[in-house]
Design a binder for this molecule. Structure first.
Ligand code: HEM
Length: 89
């Protein structure tokens, strides 16, 4: 599984840096060029939103450019979310 860099990109990143993403505004990191789908999204990243984004990225924020099929297994999503929260503190 490929996970974008948390917290420091060592090479060219495949997506926005996810450090501190929990509670951050959606599609709003300085210096990252988002699709308009994410750039115009309202709200902040919560565990629930991240869970639904990772379950089926295609269905969330249609038109986004994240090339990732998703994680159908809820345990996998919970593990990734726990990792992102821990690494982002
Ligand atoms: C478990 C794995 C992944 C997680 C947890 C994850 C999480 C996220 C999150 C939370 C965002 C939104 C960031 C923001 O609002 O600032 C995002 C965007 C993005 N991710 Fe992922 N991602 C994953 C896998 C991938 C993979 C495999 C790729 C590419 C091969 C990728 C490429 C991108 C791109 C390009 C965006 C920006 C999308 C846009 O502007 O439409 N991600 N990702």
């Amino acid at each position: 599984m490929i996970v974008p860099p948390v917290p420091t990109p060592a090479t060219k990143p495949v997506g926005p840096n996810l450090h501190g993403i929990m509670g951050a505004r959606i599609g709003a990191q300085d210096g990252y060029v988002y699709s308009s789908a994410l750039a115009r999204a309202d709200g902040v990243w919560t565990e629930e939103l991240l869970d639904s984004w990772l379950e089926k990225p295609r269905d969330r924020f249609p038109g986004h450019k994240m090339a990732f099929g998703g994680l159908p297994n809820p345990d996998d999503r919970a593990a990734v979310i726990a990792y992102i929260e821990a690494a982002g503190r």
